[in-house]
Every structure is written in C-alpha cells, then in structure tokens.
Design a protein around this ligand. Sequence first.
Ligand code: HEM
Length: 161
Amino acid sequence: MTKILHPVAGAVALVTIATFWLSTALSELFASDASVTMIKTAIPWGFLLLVPALAATGGSGFSLAKGRRAGLIGAKIKRMPFIAGNGIVVLIPSALFLASKAKAAEFDTAFYTVQTLELVAGATNIILLGLNMRDGLKMKGRLRPRQRDRSNSAMGVKPML
Ligand code: HEM
C-alpha cells in the first residue's frame, strides 16, 4: 500500500504545484485582471490537496526508507525540510496575501513583489520535488543511471542521460 501511495502522492504534489505555477505565470503574462483574480483566489483551495499530498509523500517515504539514510534516500530526505519550509514560510502566506490583494483589485508593487517571490519559491519546490521523483525512479531502476564513460564521449559528444 505504502509503495503505491508514495509515488502517487509525490506525483500529485508535483503536478499540483506545477499547475499553480503555470497558471499564475500564463495568466500574469497573457490574461485579464479578472482571470488573474480567479486563479489567485483558487490557489489557496488547492492547498487542501497539496498539503496532504506532501505530508503523505514524506510520511510514506520515511516509512519505505526503514531507517536508511545513505545515498539517494539521504539526498531525498535532505530536500524535504526545504520543500516543507518553502511551503510553510513562503508559498502559503504568499498565496493568501495575493488572493486578498487580487480580490481587492490591488495590483500594486506589493502584489508584484510577493508574486515574484512566490514564483521563485514555487519553481524551487518544483525542482526539489522533481529531483526526489528522479531519485525515487533511479532507486527502483526505472531510470537509466547517468553514463559518463560511454565510447562516444571520446569524440567530444556528451551523453544525454
Ligand atoms: C522524505 C522524503 C522521501 C523519502 C524518504 C523517500 C523515500 C523513498 C524510498 C525508500 C523509495 C523506494 C521505495 C521502494 O523500495 O519501494 C522511494 C521511491 C520513490 N519515490 Fe520517494 N521519498 C521521498 C520523497 C519523494 C518525493 C517528494 C517524490 C516525488 C515528488 C518521490 C517519488 C518517488 C518515486 C517516483 C519512487 C519510485 C516508486 C516506484 O517506482 O515504485 N519521493 N522513495
């Protein structure tokens, strides 16, 4: 059960946060203020999915690790406090602030400063979650390991993955 829950919850967390990020960036770039307001007020509701998904990913990950802390498991564990801290300290407060500013139609300097901060913190979490997913797939042998010493590297061609 935990073996299924873990990658599914991780994927849900990653897709949710990537959806927040993309919908925010695209609406800021191309959509009307009304659409930005709609997206900014919807995002805090998305935390009802994101927060339990992240908690389930971390909890099931620790349970699958069974006390092991070396190698890829250790790298995955080290990333989790950054992912959680980013969420609690930056992403949740920013999303609530931006939703209230958007509702009041206050698209001022404070709005765009916090919006920029939120996009940077969001991108950081997407990268960290993506790295945890990659390492999980590597641990299960579902991703080819990086091959540095293949014969074509002698011809100056860098192997892709
Ligand atoms: C504290 C954080 C985490 C720990 C300790 C952890 C630990 C583990 C362990 C031990 C496995 C091997 C499972 C097994 O042997 O069946 C695994 C697999 C995996 N993990 Fe994590 N993980 C963590 C976070 C994450 C996150 C955030 C994601 C995704 C965003 C993720 C995605 C995966 C995936 C895709 C697999 C492979 C599952 C499979 O192919 O069956 N993990 N993880």
